[in-house]
Ligand binder design. Sequence first.
Ligand code: SF4
Length: 181
Amino acid sequence: MVPSILVHCCCAHCAAYTLDYWRQQGHEVSGFWYNPNIHPFMEHQRRLEGMKALVEGMGLPFIVEEGYDMVEYFRRVVGNEAGRCRHCFDLRLSRTAGAARERGFDAFTTTLLISPQQKHDLIREAGERQAAEQGVAFLYADLRKRYSDSRRLTKPMDIHRQQYCGCVYSEYERYSGVIIT
Ligand code: SF4
């Protein structure tokens, strides 16, 4: 039987190569959206619309988690802004692992693993932690060398391109040049 995987998707530009990569590895691939770290809400909606356009073109199933847990995101990071990414990855991958378990997927992974701009080791740790806690396998691959290939795939598409990682802190860092410590 073909193993099924649920792939957490952070944006269309990282998802384009990643979804195809896992499909090429012989998995039955479904995308999953849960990103309460993307602010403000309309930026979240624009990135979600981009993801929907991508998966429709690829002919892949796509599950959008209900709700927008912005409040939960802030409850986790306020007071620890410099170390916020760890909590952000945990929140998103915890929900992904839970959805994979509840829906009977064999494993889960995330498109975050393709980005050279993310804290790669923390993503891997969060995935493995959630796998152990929730009893569902986490698939790891270091796809960072394929990041530009992924962006090339979405270049001809009319998909919103974000200018910052997601949270308001990252937006401030992007435009002010200040790094929050
Ligand atoms: S910078 Fe990106 S990964 Fe880190 S907390 Fe903000 S949205 Fe999450």
